[in-house]
Design a protein around this ligand. Structure first.
Ligand code: GLC
Length: 588
Protein backbone atom coordinates (compact mmCIF):
# COMPACT_ATOMS: atom_id res chain seq x y z
CA UNK A 1 0.00 0.00 0.00
CA UNK A 2 1.27 3.45 -0.85
CA UNK A 3 1.17 5.83 2.04
CA UNK A 4 0.38 9.52 1.60
CA UNK A 5 2.45 12.05 3.56
CA UNK A 6 -0.32 12.61 6.10
CA UNK A 7 -0.81 8.88 6.70
CA UNK A 8 2.87 8.29 7.19
CA UNK A 9 3.01 11.05 9.71
CA UNK A 10 0.04 9.61 11.58
CA UNK A 11 1.64 6.20 11.79
CA UNK A 12 4.97 7.63 12.90
CA UNK A 13 3.20 9.64 15.57
CA UNK A 14 1.17 6.69 16.75
CA UNK A 15 4.32 4.56 16.94
CA UNK A 16 6.13 7.28 18.84
CA UNK A 17 3.25 7.55 21.29
CA UNK A 18 3.31 3.80 21.89
CA UNK A 19 7.07 3.89 22.44
CA UNK A 20 6.74 6.68 24.95
CA UNK A 21 4.01 4.87 26.81
CA UNK A 22 6.05 1.69 26.81
CA UNK A 23 9.02 3.68 28.12
CA UNK A 24 6.87 4.65 31.10
CA UNK A 25 6.74 8.36 30.42
CA UNK A 26 3.74 8.71 32.70
CA UNK A 27 1.37 9.49 29.84
CA UNK A 28 -2.19 8.47 30.28
CA UNK A 29 -3.39 6.17 27.56
CA UNK A 30 -6.74 7.88 27.50
CA UNK A 31 -5.43 11.17 26.19
CA UNK A 32 -2.88 9.59 23.89
CA UNK A 33 -5.32 7.82 21.64
CA UNK A 34 -5.73 9.69 18.40
CA UNK A 35 -9.40 10.43 18.51
CA UNK A 36 -11.44 10.39 15.37
CA UNK A 37 -14.83 11.26 16.82
CA UNK A 38 -16.43 12.75 19.91
CA UNK A 39 -15.20 15.70 21.94
CA UNK A 40 -11.43 16.10 22.10
CA UNK A 41 -9.58 15.98 25.42
CA UNK A 42 -8.97 19.74 25.31
CA UNK A 43 -12.67 20.43 24.76
CA UNK A 44 -13.56 18.58 27.93
CA UNK A 45 -11.12 20.22 30.28
CA UNK A 46 -10.26 23.54 31.92
CA UNK A 47 -7.13 25.39 30.82
CA UNK A 48 -4.95 27.57 33.03
CA UNK A 49 -2.35 30.18 32.14
CA UNK A 50 0.85 30.33 34.17
CA UNK A 51 3.01 33.43 34.03
CA UNK A 52 6.14 31.44 34.69
CA UNK A 53 8.09 34.31 36.18
CA UNK A 54 5.44 34.82 38.86
CA UNK A 55 3.99 31.44 39.74
CA UNK A 56 6.39 29.81 42.21
CA UNK A 57 10.08 30.28 42.91
CA UNK A 58 11.82 27.09 44.02
CA UNK A 59 15.36 28.39 44.41
CA UNK A 60 15.02 31.75 46.13
CA UNK A 61 16.21 33.99 43.29
CA UNK A 62 12.94 35.92 43.27
CA UNK A 63 11.85 34.55 39.90
CA UNK A 64 9.34 31.78 39.38
CA UNK A 65 10.66 28.61 37.75
CA UNK A 66 9.72 25.23 36.35
CA UNK A 67 10.45 23.29 39.53
CA UNK A 68 8.23 25.76 41.33
CA UNK A 69 5.42 24.90 38.93
CA UNK A 70 5.98 21.17 39.41
CA UNK A 71 5.71 21.64 43.17
CA UNK A 72 2.29 23.27 42.76
CA UNK A 73 0.66 20.92 40.27
CA UNK A 74 -1.77 19.69 42.88
CA UNK A 75 -3.29 23.15 43.10
CA UNK A 76 -4.08 22.90 39.39
CA UNK A 77 -5.37 19.37 39.72
CA UNK A 78 -7.76 20.50 42.43
CA UNK A 79 -9.08 23.19 40.09
CA UNK A 80 -9.83 20.53 37.50
CA UNK A 81 -7.22 21.87 35.11
CA UNK A 82 -6.15 19.61 32.23
CA UNK A 83 -4.05 21.99 30.13
CA UNK A 84 -1.50 24.48 31.39
CA UNK A 85 -0.29 27.22 29.07
CA UNK A 86 3.15 28.37 30.11
CA UNK A 87 4.30 31.82 29.07
CA UNK A 88 7.62 31.55 27.22
CA UNK A 89 10.35 29.96 29.30
CA UNK A 90 12.96 29.58 26.54
CA UNK A 91 16.35 31.30 26.66
CA UNK A 92 15.66 35.01 26.46
CA UNK A 93 17.27 38.32 27.45
CA UNK A 94 13.81 39.18 28.87
CA UNK A 95 13.35 42.53 27.14
CA UNK A 96 9.65 41.59 27.01
CA UNK A 97 9.70 39.04 29.82
CA UNK A 98 10.46 36.08 27.57
CA UNK A 99 8.48 37.07 24.49
CA UNK A 100 11.88 37.80 22.93
CA UNK A 101 13.38 34.38 22.35
CA UNK A 102 17.08 33.81 21.82
CA UNK A 103 16.95 29.99 21.69
CA UNK A 104 13.73 28.04 21.17
CA UNK A 105 15.39 24.73 21.96
CA UNK A 106 16.53 25.49 25.50
CA UNK A 107 15.11 26.64 28.80
CA UNK A 108 16.22 29.97 30.23
CA UNK A 109 18.55 29.24 33.18
CA UNK A 110 16.44 31.54 35.36
CA UNK A 111 13.59 29.05 34.90
CA UNK A 112 15.57 25.81 35.11
CA UNK A 113 16.86 23.21 32.69
CA UNK A 114 15.50 20.91 30.00
CA UNK A 115 15.52 18.13 32.61
CA UNK A 116 13.25 20.25 34.77
CA UNK A 117 10.96 20.75 31.82
CA UNK A 118 10.82 17.05 31.06
CA UNK A 119 10.05 16.34 34.69
CA UNK A 120 7.30 18.95 34.69
CA UNK A 121 5.74 17.44 31.56
CA UNK A 122 5.90 13.99 33.11
CA UNK A 123 4.59 14.99 36.56
CA UNK A 124 1.79 16.92 34.91
CA UNK A 125 0.87 13.90 32.78
CA UNK A 126 0.61 11.78 35.92
CA UNK A 127 -2.16 14.15 36.96
CA UNK A 128 -3.77 14.18 33.49
CA UNK A 129 -2.49 17.67 32.84
CA UNK A 130 -0.82 18.59 29.56
CA UNK A 131 1.67 21.38 29.17
CA UNK A 132 1.00 23.96 26.45
CA UNK A 133 3.89 25.98 25.08
CA UNK A 134 3.74 29.57 23.91
CA UNK A 135 5.16 29.77 20.38
CA UNK A 136 6.42 33.27 19.68
CA UNK A 137 6.87 33.05 15.93
CA UNK A 138 6.22 36.56 14.67
CA UNK A 139 9.60 37.66 15.99
CA UNK A 140 12.68 36.52 17.88
CA UNK A 141 15.07 38.32 20.18
CA UNK A 142 17.95 40.34 18.74
CA UNK A 143 20.10 37.88 20.70
CA UNK A 144 18.88 34.96 18.61
CA UNK A 145 21.71 33.46 16.48
CA UNK A 146 19.47 33.77 13.42
CA UNK A 147 19.28 37.51 13.87
CA UNK A 148 22.93 37.90 14.74
CA UNK A 149 23.82 36.24 11.45
CA UNK A 150 21.17 38.14 9.53
CA UNK A 151 22.36 41.52 10.71
CA UNK A 152 26.02 40.70 10.05
CA UNK A 153 25.68 41.60 6.35
CA UNK A 154 23.54 41.37 3.24
CA UNK A 155 25.06 38.16 2.01
CA UNK A 156 24.74 35.32 4.47
CA UNK A 157 22.48 32.29 4.88
CA UNK A 158 20.10 34.21 7.09
CA UNK A 159 20.27 37.62 5.43
CA UNK A 160 16.66 37.27 4.31
CA UNK A 161 15.28 35.74 7.52
CA UNK A 162 14.13 39.10 8.89
CA UNK A 163 12.50 42.11 7.27
CA UNK A 164 15.22 44.43 6.05
CA UNK A 165 14.45 47.51 3.99
CA UNK A 166 16.47 50.41 2.65
CA UNK A 167 15.90 53.86 4.13
CA UNK A 168 13.73 56.33 2.26
CA UNK A 169 15.80 58.69 0.06
CA UNK A 170 16.03 61.16 2.97
CA UNK A 171 17.46 58.43 5.21
CA UNK A 172 14.31 58.04 7.28
CA UNK A 173 12.48 54.79 8.11
CA UNK A 174 10.92 52.87 5.18
CA UNK A 175 7.37 53.55 6.42
CA UNK A 176 5.72 55.66 9.09
CA UNK A 177 4.49 52.69 11.11
CA UNK A 178 4.37 52.90 14.89
CA UNK A 179 5.23 49.72 16.76
CA UNK A 180 2.67 48.28 19.13
CA UNK A 181 4.87 49.23 22.06
CA UNK A 182 5.37 52.81 20.79
CA UNK A 183 7.89 54.65 18.61
CA UNK A 184 8.85 53.78 15.03
CA UNK A 185 8.47 50.12 14.08
CA UNK A 186 11.82 50.35 12.24
CA UNK A 187 15.31 50.27 13.70
CA UNK A 188 18.37 51.32 11.74
CA UNK A 189 21.30 48.92 11.63
CA UNK A 190 24.71 50.45 10.88
CA UNK A 191 26.31 47.28 9.52
CA UNK A 192 23.69 46.59 6.88
CA UNK A 193 22.86 50.24 6.32
CA UNK A 194 19.22 49.18 6.42
CA UNK A 195 16.26 49.19 8.74
CA UNK A 196 14.66 46.09 10.22
CA UNK A 197 11.01 45.84 11.18
CA UNK A 198 9.81 45.20 14.71
CA UNK A 199 6.09 45.03 15.39
CA UNK A 200 6.88 45.17 19.11
CA UNK A 201 10.18 46.30 20.73
CA UNK A 202 13.39 47.00 18.77
CA UNK A 203 14.70 43.97 20.69
CA UNK A 204 12.04 41.84 18.92
CA UNK A 205 12.81 41.81 15.19
CA UNK A 206 10.07 40.36 12.96
CA UNK A 207 10.81 37.16 11.08
CA UNK A 208 10.31 37.02 7.35
CA UNK A 209 7.63 34.37 6.82
CA UNK A 210 7.87 34.82 3.05
CA UNK A 211 11.03 32.79 3.25
CA UNK A 212 10.22 29.04 3.20
CA UNK A 213 13.37 28.28 5.20
CA UNK A 214 12.07 30.42 8.04
CA UNK A 215 8.73 28.63 8.01
CA UNK A 216 10.48 25.26 8.00
CA UNK A 217 12.70 26.29 10.93
CA UNK A 218 9.64 27.32 12.90
CA UNK A 219 7.81 24.09 12.10
CA UNK A 220 10.85 22.16 13.33
CA UNK A 221 10.70 23.96 16.66
CA UNK A 222 7.05 23.05 17.11
CA UNK A 223 7.76 19.41 16.24
CA UNK A 224 10.60 19.33 18.75
CA UNK A 225 8.17 20.34 21.50
CA UNK A 226 5.51 17.89 20.37
CA UNK A 227 8.14 15.18 20.65
CA UNK A 228 8.79 16.33 24.22
CA UNK A 229 5.16 15.49 24.96
CA UNK A 230 3.45 18.87 25.15
CA UNK A 231 -0.30 19.01 24.62
CA UNK A 232 -0.64 22.14 22.54
CA UNK A 233 0.51 25.56 21.51
CA UNK A 234 -0.62 29.09 22.06
CA UNK A 235 0.44 31.01 18.97
CA UNK A 236 1.66 34.44 20.01
CA UNK A 237 0.95 37.59 17.98
CA UNK A 238 0.24 35.33 15.04
CA UNK A 239 -1.94 37.79 13.12
CA UNK A 240 1.09 39.92 12.28
CA UNK A 241 3.24 37.39 10.42
CA UNK A 242 2.23 38.40 6.89
CA UNK A 243 3.16 41.92 5.86
CA UNK A 244 1.33 43.73 3.08
CA UNK A 245 2.91 46.41 0.87
CA UNK A 246 5.33 48.61 2.68
CA UNK A 247 3.42 51.87 2.32
CA UNK A 248 2.91 54.81 4.65
CA UNK A 249 -0.41 55.05 6.44
CA UNK A 250 -2.36 58.12 7.43
CA UNK A 251 -0.92 59.51 10.70
CA UNK A 252 -3.22 58.75 13.62
CA UNK A 253 -1.53 60.79 16.35
CA UNK A 254 0.64 63.82 16.97
CA UNK A 255 3.83 61.77 16.37
CA UNK A 256 2.99 61.58 12.63
CA UNK A 257 3.00 57.77 12.72
CA UNK A 258 0.31 55.22 12.08
CA UNK A 259 -0.23 52.18 14.30
CA UNK A 260 1.27 49.07 12.72
CA UNK A 261 -1.71 47.00 13.83
CA UNK A 262 -3.99 48.74 11.32
CA UNK A 263 -1.43 48.19 8.56
CA UNK A 264 -0.34 44.59 9.05
CA UNK A 265 -2.79 42.60 11.18
CA UNK A 266 -4.57 39.75 9.37
CA UNK A 267 -3.60 40.63 5.81
CA UNK A 268 -4.24 38.62 2.65
CA UNK A 269 -2.19 35.51 2.30
CA UNK A 270 -1.64 34.92 6.02
CA UNK A 271 -3.89 31.87 6.06
CA UNK A 272 -1.73 30.05 3.52
CA UNK A 273 1.18 30.09 5.94
CA UNK A 274 -1.00 28.91 8.77
CA UNK A 275 -2.59 26.10 6.78
CA UNK A 276 0.89 24.96 5.92
CA UNK A 277 1.84 25.03 9.61
CA UNK A 278 -1.26 23.05 10.52
CA UNK A 279 -0.67 20.32 7.95
CA UNK A 280 3.07 20.08 8.56
CA UNK A 281 2.98 20.22 12.35
CA UNK A 282 -0.38 19.30 13.77
CA UNK A 283 -2.01 16.72 11.56
CA UNK A 284 -1.88 13.24 13.04
CA UNK A 285 -1.21 14.50 16.56
CA UNK A 286 -3.62 15.05 19.45
CA UNK A 287 -2.34 18.51 20.33
CA UNK A 288 -4.46 21.63 20.13
CA UNK A 289 -3.60 25.11 18.94
CA UNK A 290 -4.98 28.42 20.13
CA UNK A 291 -4.07 31.53 18.20
CA UNK A 292 -3.77 35.00 19.66
CA UNK A 293 -5.96 36.63 17.07
CA UNK A 294 -5.85 40.35 17.67
CA UNK A 295 -7.16 41.98 14.49
CA UNK A 296 -9.39 39.13 13.36
CA UNK A 297 -12.91 40.54 13.12
CA UNK A 298 -15.78 38.22 14.08
CA UNK A 299 -16.73 38.07 10.37
CA UNK A 300 -13.31 36.56 9.61
CA UNK A 301 -13.23 34.07 12.45
CA UNK A 302 -14.60 31.34 10.20
CA UNK A 303 -11.29 31.22 8.36
CA UNK A 304 -9.30 30.99 11.55
CA UNK A 305 -11.13 28.35 13.51
CA UNK A 306 -13.33 25.39 12.67
CA UNK A 307 -12.79 22.33 10.55
CA UNK A 308 -11.39 24.31 7.62
CA UNK A 309 -9.72 26.96 9.73
CA UNK A 310 -6.13 27.16 10.83
CA UNK A 311 -6.37 26.81 14.62
CA UNK A 312 -8.53 24.80 16.99
CA UNK A 313 -9.38 27.95 18.90
CA UNK A 314 -8.63 31.65 18.65
CA UNK A 315 -8.48 34.32 21.29
CA UNK A 316 -10.53 37.09 19.70
CA UNK A 317 -10.06 40.55 21.21
CA UNK A 318 -13.60 41.95 21.07
CA UNK A 319 -14.14 41.41 24.77
CA UNK A 320 -10.85 42.61 26.22
CA UNK A 321 -10.97 45.74 24.07
CA UNK A 322 -14.58 46.52 24.92
CA UNK A 323 -13.59 49.67 26.80
CA UNK A 324 -10.57 50.57 24.66
CA UNK A 325 -11.32 51.88 21.18
CA UNK A 326 -7.64 52.41 20.43
CA UNK A 327 -5.20 50.00 22.04
CA UNK A 328 -2.33 52.45 21.82
CA UNK A 329 -4.19 55.08 23.81
CA UNK A 330 -4.99 53.99 27.36
CA UNK A 331 -6.39 57.41 28.27
CA UNK A 332 -9.52 57.14 26.13
CA UNK A 333 -11.75 54.56 27.74
CA UNK A 334 -15.32 54.13 26.63
CA UNK A 335 -18.46 53.10 28.47
CA UNK A 336 -19.99 49.86 27.31
CA UNK A 337 -23.31 48.15 27.68
CA UNK A 338 -23.90 44.59 28.82
CA UNK A 339 -25.38 43.84 25.38
CA UNK A 340 -21.98 44.42 23.77
CA UNK A 341 -20.33 42.17 26.33
CA UNK A 342 -22.86 39.43 25.58
CA UNK A 343 -22.41 39.83 21.83
CA UNK A 344 -18.80 38.84 22.11
CA UNK A 345 -19.86 35.42 23.39
CA UNK A 346 -22.81 35.01 21.02
CA UNK A 347 -20.76 35.98 17.96
CA UNK A 348 -17.83 33.76 18.81
CA UNK A 349 -20.04 30.81 19.64
CA UNK A 350 -22.09 31.25 16.51
CA UNK A 351 -18.97 31.03 14.39
CA UNK A 352 -17.61 28.01 16.19
CA UNK A 353 -20.98 26.25 15.92
CA UNK A 354 -21.25 26.98 12.23
CA UNK A 355 -17.71 25.97 11.38
CA UNK A 356 -17.23 23.06 13.77
CA UNK A 357 -14.73 25.18 15.69
CA UNK A 358 -14.31 25.66 19.39
CA UNK A 359 -14.29 28.73 21.62
CA UNK A 360 -11.65 29.54 24.24
CA UNK A 361 -13.53 31.37 26.99
CA UNK A 362 -11.30 33.89 28.71
CA UNK A 363 -11.68 37.06 30.73
CA UNK A 364 -8.03 37.65 31.57
CA UNK A 365 -4.53 36.89 30.42
CA UNK A 366 -1.04 38.20 31.15
CA UNK A 367 -1.60 41.27 28.92
CA UNK A 368 -4.92 42.31 30.39
CA UNK A 369 -6.27 43.97 33.53
CA UNK A 370 -7.83 41.78 36.18
CA UNK A 371 -11.41 40.98 35.17
CA UNK A 372 -12.98 42.18 38.43
CA UNK A 373 -11.77 45.72 37.69
CA UNK A 374 -12.15 45.39 33.95
CA UNK A 375 -15.69 44.10 33.62
CA UNK A 376 -17.24 45.00 36.97
CA UNK A 377 -15.62 48.35 37.75
CA UNK A 378 -16.79 50.64 40.53
CA UNK A 379 -18.55 49.92 43.79
CA UNK A 380 -19.23 46.46 45.14
CA UNK A 381 -17.77 43.49 46.91
CA UNK A 382 -14.78 42.10 45.02
CA UNK A 383 -15.45 38.58 46.26
CA UNK A 384 -18.99 38.66 44.88
CA UNK A 385 -17.65 40.02 41.59
CA UNK A 386 -14.92 37.39 41.40
CA UNK A 387 -17.47 34.64 41.89
CA UNK A 388 -19.89 36.13 39.36
CA UNK A 389 -17.19 36.20 36.70
CA UNK A 390 -16.06 32.71 37.66
CA UNK A 391 -19.60 31.51 37.00
CA UNK A 392 -19.51 32.98 33.54
CA UNK A 393 -16.10 31.52 32.74
CA UNK A 394 -16.84 28.01 33.95
CA UNK A 395 -20.34 27.63 32.56
CA UNK A 396 -19.61 29.05 29.13
CA UNK A 397 -19.49 26.83 26.09
CA UNK A 398 -15.91 26.21 25.04
CA UNK A 399 -12.70 25.62 26.94
CA UNK A 400 -12.35 28.02 29.87
CA UNK A 401 -8.90 29.60 30.32
CA UNK A 402 -8.20 30.73 33.90
CA UNK A 403 -5.35 33.23 34.38
CA UNK A 404 -3.24 32.52 37.45
CA UNK A 405 -4.58 34.49 40.40
CA UNK A 406 -8.03 34.87 38.81
CA UNK A 407 -9.14 31.92 40.95
CA UNK A 408 -8.09 33.84 44.06
CA UNK A 409 -10.00 36.99 43.09
CA UNK A 410 -7.06 39.24 42.22
CA UNK A 411 -7.63 42.89 41.39
CA UNK A 412 -5.46 45.47 39.57
CA UNK A 413 -2.39 46.97 41.18
CA UNK A 414 -2.49 50.74 41.68
CA UNK A 415 1.11 51.65 42.32
CA UNK A 416 1.57 55.42 42.61
CA UNK A 417 4.46 56.02 40.22
CA UNK A 418 5.25 54.81 36.72
CA UNK A 419 8.69 53.83 38.08
CA UNK A 420 6.98 51.11 40.12
CA UNK A 421 5.90 49.33 36.93
CA UNK A 422 8.13 46.73 35.30
CA UNK A 423 6.38 46.16 32.00
CA UNK A 424 7.98 47.99 29.10
CA UNK A 425 4.70 48.32 27.25
CA UNK A 426 3.09 49.93 30.29
CA UNK A 427 5.92 52.42 30.56
CA UNK A 428 5.75 53.18 26.84
CA UNK A 429 2.00 53.71 26.98
CA UNK A 430 2.56 56.19 29.79
CA UNK A 431 5.17 58.15 27.79
CA UNK A 432 2.97 58.09 24.70
CA UNK A 433 0.11 59.59 26.73
CA UNK A 434 2.32 62.43 27.94
CA UNK A 435 3.60 63.08 24.40
CA UNK A 436 0.01 63.22 23.19
CA UNK A 437 -0.70 65.98 25.71
CA UNK A 438 -2.48 64.09 28.48
CA UNK A 439 -1.65 65.15 32.05
CA UNK A 440 0.41 62.95 34.31
CA UNK A 441 -2.72 62.17 36.30
CA UNK A 442 -4.56 61.06 33.15
CA UNK A 443 -1.60 59.00 32.02
CA UNK A 444 -1.42 57.25 35.41
CA UNK A 445 -5.15 56.66 35.36
CA UNK A 446 -4.68 54.77 32.08
CA UNK A 447 -1.86 52.79 33.68
CA UNK A 448 -4.02 51.88 36.67
CA UNK A 449 -6.67 50.54 34.35
CA UNK A 450 -4.62 48.72 31.77
CA UNK A 451 -1.09 48.00 33.08
CA UNK A 452 -0.03 44.49 32.20
CA UNK A 453 1.76 44.28 35.57
CA UNK A 454 -1.63 43.75 37.23
CA UNK A 455 -1.79 40.26 35.75
CA UNK A 456 1.84 39.53 36.58
CA UNK A 457 2.30 40.05 40.31
CA UNK A 458 3.54 36.96 42.16
CA UNK A 459 1.12 34.19 42.99
CA UNK A 460 -0.10 34.43 46.58
CA UNK A 461 0.29 31.02 48.13
CA UNK A 462 0.04 31.79 51.85
CA UNK A 463 0.29 34.58 54.42
CA UNK A 464 4.05 34.18 55.01
CA UNK A 465 6.63 36.68 53.75
CA UNK A 466 6.28 37.37 50.02
CA UNK A 467 3.09 35.33 50.03
CA UNK A 468 5.15 32.14 50.02
CA UNK A 469 6.12 32.85 46.41
CA UNK A 470 9.85 33.20 47.09
CA UNK A 471 12.37 33.12 49.89
CA UNK A 472 14.27 35.89 48.09
CA UNK A 473 13.31 39.31 46.80
CA UNK A 474 10.40 38.94 44.33
CA UNK A 475 11.10 40.35 40.86
CA UNK A 476 7.77 42.24 41.05
CA UNK A 477 6.18 43.30 44.35
CA UNK A 478 3.61 40.99 45.88
CA UNK A 479 0.18 42.61 46.09
CA UNK A 480 -0.30 44.01 49.63
CA UNK A 481 -3.60 42.16 50.16
CA UNK A 482 -1.79 38.81 50.20
CA UNK A 483 -2.43 38.21 53.91
CA UNK A 484 -6.11 37.70 53.12
CA UNK A 485 -6.15 36.73 49.47
CA UNK A 486 -3.88 33.74 49.27
CA UNK A 487 -4.36 30.12 48.42
CA UNK A 488 -3.94 28.71 51.94
CA UNK A 489 -6.37 31.13 53.60
CA UNK A 490 -8.92 30.87 50.82
CA UNK A 491 -8.78 27.10 50.96
CA UNK A 492 -9.90 27.25 54.60
CA UNK A 493 -12.75 29.66 53.91
CA UNK A 494 -15.87 27.97 52.48
CA UNK A 495 -17.02 31.30 51.02
CA UNK A 496 -13.80 32.14 49.22
CA UNK A 497 -13.41 32.77 45.52
CA UNK A 498 -11.05 29.80 45.34
CA UNK A 499 -13.48 27.31 46.82
CA UNK A 500 -16.16 28.61 44.52
CA UNK A 501 -13.90 27.98 41.52
CA UNK A 502 -13.23 24.46 42.74
CA UNK A 503 -16.95 23.78 43.14
CA UNK A 504 -17.82 25.23 39.75
CA UNK A 505 -15.13 23.22 38.06
CA UNK A 506 -16.53 20.08 39.72
CA UNK A 507 -20.01 21.01 38.54
CA UNK A 508 -18.70 21.36 35.00
CA UNK A 509 -17.16 17.90 35.21
CA UNK A 510 -20.40 16.37 36.47
CA UNK A 511 -22.70 18.10 33.98
CA UNK A 512 -21.87 17.37 30.37
CA UNK A 513 -24.38 20.05 29.29
CA UNK A 514 -22.07 22.66 30.83
CA UNK A 515 -19.22 21.42 28.66
CA UNK A 516 -20.97 20.48 25.46
CA UNK A 517 -24.50 21.85 25.57
CA UNK A 518 -25.82 24.45 23.15
CA UNK A 519 -25.68 28.03 24.28
CA UNK A 520 -28.64 30.39 24.14
CA UNK A 521 -28.84 33.97 25.35
CA UNK A 522 -32.21 34.12 27.12
CA UNK A 523 -32.38 37.76 28.24
CA UNK A 524 -30.91 39.48 25.18
CA UNK A 525 -32.31 42.89 26.11
CA UNK A 526 -31.26 43.09 29.73
CA UNK A 527 -28.82 45.78 30.81
CA UNK A 528 -28.14 44.15 34.13
CA UNK A 529 -28.41 40.37 33.85
CA UNK A 530 -26.42 38.07 31.60
CA UNK A 531 -28.60 34.95 31.35
CA UNK A 532 -28.18 31.91 29.14
CA UNK A 533 -29.00 28.26 28.90
CA UNK A 534 -26.81 25.31 28.08
CA UNK A 535 -28.83 22.49 26.63
CA UNK A 536 -27.87 18.98 25.68
CA UNK A 537 -30.65 16.51 24.86
CA UNK A 538 -33.02 16.64 27.81
CA UNK A 539 -30.43 18.22 30.10
CA UNK A 540 -30.57 21.93 30.61
CA UNK A 541 -28.68 24.39 32.81
CA UNK A 542 -29.77 28.00 33.23
CA UNK A 543 -27.19 30.55 34.28
CA UNK A 544 -28.05 34.03 35.54
CA UNK A 545 -25.44 36.64 36.44
CA UNK A 546 -26.14 40.10 37.81
CA UNK A 547 -23.58 42.57 36.48
CA UNK A 548 -24.72 45.44 38.69
CA UNK A 549 -24.33 46.48 42.31
CA UNK A 550 -28.10 46.59 42.84
CA UNK A 551 -30.68 43.89 43.09
CA UNK A 552 -31.91 42.72 39.67
CA UNK A 553 -35.11 40.90 38.74
CA UNK A 554 -35.89 38.27 36.16
CA UNK A 555 -38.90 36.20 35.19
CA UNK A 556 -38.94 33.20 37.52
CA UNK A 557 -40.52 31.15 34.71
CA UNK A 558 -37.05 30.98 33.21
CA UNK A 559 -36.14 28.53 35.94
CA UNK A 560 -39.42 26.64 36.15
CA UNK A 561 -38.93 22.99 37.14
CA UNK A 562 -35.31 23.67 37.97
CA UNK A 563 -33.23 23.41 41.10
CA UNK A 564 -30.34 25.59 42.17
CA UNK A 565 -27.04 23.82 41.51
CA UNK A 566 -24.80 26.57 42.82
CA UNK A 567 -25.09 30.20 43.83
CA UNK A 568 -22.36 32.71 44.52
CA UNK A 569 -24.21 34.17 47.51
CA UNK A 570 -24.99 31.09 49.56
CA UNK A 571 -28.71 31.55 49.19
CA UNK A 572 -30.93 32.70 46.35
CA UNK A 573 -34.57 33.56 45.69
CA UNK A 574 -36.20 32.72 42.36
CA UNK A 575 -36.75 35.84 40.27
CA UNK A 576 -34.26 38.01 42.20
CA UNK A 577 -30.51 38.35 42.10
CA UNK A 578 -28.55 40.16 44.80
CA UNK A 579 -25.85 42.62 43.67
CA UNK A 580 -23.31 40.69 41.55
CA UNK A 581 -25.01 37.43 42.35
CA UNK A 582 -24.60 34.51 39.99
CA UNK A 583 -26.62 31.34 40.05
CA UNK A 584 -26.77 28.12 38.08
CA UNK A 585 -30.04 26.17 37.88
CA UNK A 586 -30.40 22.64 36.57
CA UNK A 587 -33.50 20.92 35.22
CA UNK A 588 -35.15 18.81 37.91
C1 GLC B 1 1.68 38.93 22.70
C2 GLC B 1 1.98 38.56 24.12
C3 GLC B 1 2.57 39.75 24.82
C4 GLC B 1 3.84 40.13 24.12
C5 GLC B 1 3.63 40.35 22.64
C6 GLC B 1 4.92 40.35 21.90
O1 GLC B 1 0.70 39.87 22.58
O2 GLC B 1 0.84 38.08 24.75
O3 GLC B 1 2.79 39.54 26.18
O4 GLC B 1 4.38 41.29 24.70
O5 GLC B 1 2.86 39.32 22.06
O6 GLC B 1 5.44 39.06 21.84
Amino acid sequence: MLLGKGNKKMIVNALMTCMLIAAGCGRSTETDKLQTSGPKWWQQTVAYEIYVKSFMDSDGDGTGDLNGITSKLDHLKELGVGAVWLTPCYVSPQADNGYDIADYYNIDPAYGTMDDMERLIEEARKRDIRIVMDLVFNHTSIENEWFKESRSGKDNDKSDWYIWKDPKPDGSAPTNWRSIFGGSAWEYDETRGQYYLHTFLPEQPDLNWENPEVRKALQDIAKFWIDKGVGGFRMDAITYIKKPDYADGRPDAADGLTGIHAMTANTDGILDYLHEFKSEVQEGTDIFTVGEANGVAPSDLKYWTGKDGVFDMVFEFGLVNIDLPDESNWCERREWKLGEFRSFFSENLEVSDETGGWFPAFLENHDQPRSIDHFMPGEGDRIAKGKALATLLLTMKGTPFIMQGEELGYINVDWPSIDDYNDISTRNHYSFALEEGYTEEEAMDGVHHFARDSARTPMQWDASANAGFTKGEPWLPVYPDYQVFNRAEEKKDPDSVLNYYISLSGLRREHSELREGDYEDIMPDSDSIFAYTRTQGDKKATILINFTDSEARYDADLIKDSECLITSCGDTSPGILAPFEAVVYGQK
